[in-house]
Design a protein around this ligand. Sequence first.
Ligand code: PEP
Ligand code: MG
Length: 576
Amino acid sequence: MTLDLTGIGVSRGIAIGRVVRMRHGDPEIYEQALEDGSVEAEVERFRQALRKASEQLHAIRDAIPKGTPSEVAEFIDTHLLMLSDHLLSEVPVNIIREQHCNAEWALKLQRDALVSVFDQMDDPYLRTRRDDIDHVIRRVQHLLLRGEAPSDALAHDLRGRIVVSDELSPADVLVLHQRHAAGLITETGGPLSHSAILARSLNLPAVMGVHHATRLLQDGEVVVLDGSSGMVLAGADRRLLAEYRRRQRAEQIHRRELLALRDAPSRTLDGHTITLRANIELPEEIRAARQVNADGVGLYRTEFFYIHRQRPADEEEQLQDFRRVLRALKGKPLTIRTLDIGGDKDCSAADVGLPGRNPALGLRAIRRCLRDVPGFKPQLRAILRASSYGPVRLMFPMLTSVPELESALALLESVREELRAERRRFDPEMPVGAMIEVPAAALAAPGFAERLDFLSIGTNDLIQYTLAIDRLDEEVNYLYDPLNPAVLRLIRMVIEAGDAAGVPVAMCGEMAGDPRYTRLLLGMGLREFSMPPAALLEVKRIVRRSRLDELSRRCRDLPMTEPEIRALVEALNRDL
Ligand code: PEP
Ligand code: MG
């Protein structure tokens, strides 16, 4: 009988192998009172465990093969730094001495205190740091209790094995990779955890968040995992296994071909260069953008500075973040979108008041920002100031009309004046653009192009507003269609308006990263695509196999009905 489980696919690839279970569990820790005479021996026992943990992490770090992405070592360095921080190395010693308690208990008290500080911060972002602390402390706890870390207990050669665990620290992931594990399944964790990022960097297929996996899967049984879809399958018969092995081989070949394209130019067969940028929502994602060698960032969503926090990030915090991302981009452009809060985006840190009757049509994005100028200015100041450190481009979301654009531009100019008066540095030539994601803006695109340095089509919203379909409403999802002729006509109008004004037009909605539409969009005249990094190499592959002159000819007169458009897209993609 097959057992079909689902989790979150966090690192692509199909893996097939026998299960090895590994449980960390939260070690049971009890308080033990110490005799006066044994306190110093306990302090020494604690210090020995710290030394051993540090030796283990150094050994893991030293075994990282040459050519592995640098962030892999950075994760281990972070844990080593934490281990030597006085909060972990000295405060527990003070607790042992003051409370005459065992080292495990002292460490637990300190862990609870640190974690509660992180919990109060209420920043999803800092959660990863909280997890780091937990992982480091758990390693020391295991050393104190059992003399070994959980991954030490596993066999040294895990070739062809799938490790199933309640959770995995980045160091565990590295150890398991060094022992050649074929794939990972965990009960907890998500795509932004450091362990997931690491699994992706190491190309180790992984599915996280599979509830009760360590109970439902048995040691030695064969499982199939699909790190893209998040599927975990146990008990597959021979025929099914053979099918998955075939898919695995095909996928491996395809991935190798794609990776080989990382440094290849994004150029069509007839010699036109197409710009391929990355969309990122969190600064960590810049790593993924670098891994695929994106031409910079075409959309940096900044909502994380405001969402799920008790207070928004201030000017300095935003500036420091932009500088970090710019440094990582090494001279490639960073397109920062100003706050787009409201509608589908939650807004706990913004002063939201009651939700409107229809949030998608209400006080969202630039509308909200223009209403709350004192709240908006710190972001504009941070973006302008960041422009003195590297190629920054500012992009306003959700504009509906030219007068609204002019208000936004006037506000930006007043912020420039402020910075000049304060003698703060910024790039006076910083390009300013707008997202075209409301049909009214698409229809008025010439007016936008005349006043801006670039346009970027946001198809996620453009489709929602053109077709009157709530992008999050599952009941009407089936109607959400990028190939609707009305949507395509609006896209074409924007591209033509940009061409007429000599202003570059990009697309940063999901449609830009969907390889089914790459040729159609090229044929319609799009020359800049911005997309999730994971999609970039596939789009590049298609660009490199396309002839622009031929696509332009075939897409000159777009059909008027959906079936005809679908037939055209199919015909364009036939040889892919
Ligand atoms: C869009 O609407 O296409 C877009 C890129 O913006 P978001 O998805 O953040 O609304
Ligand atoms: Mg949008």
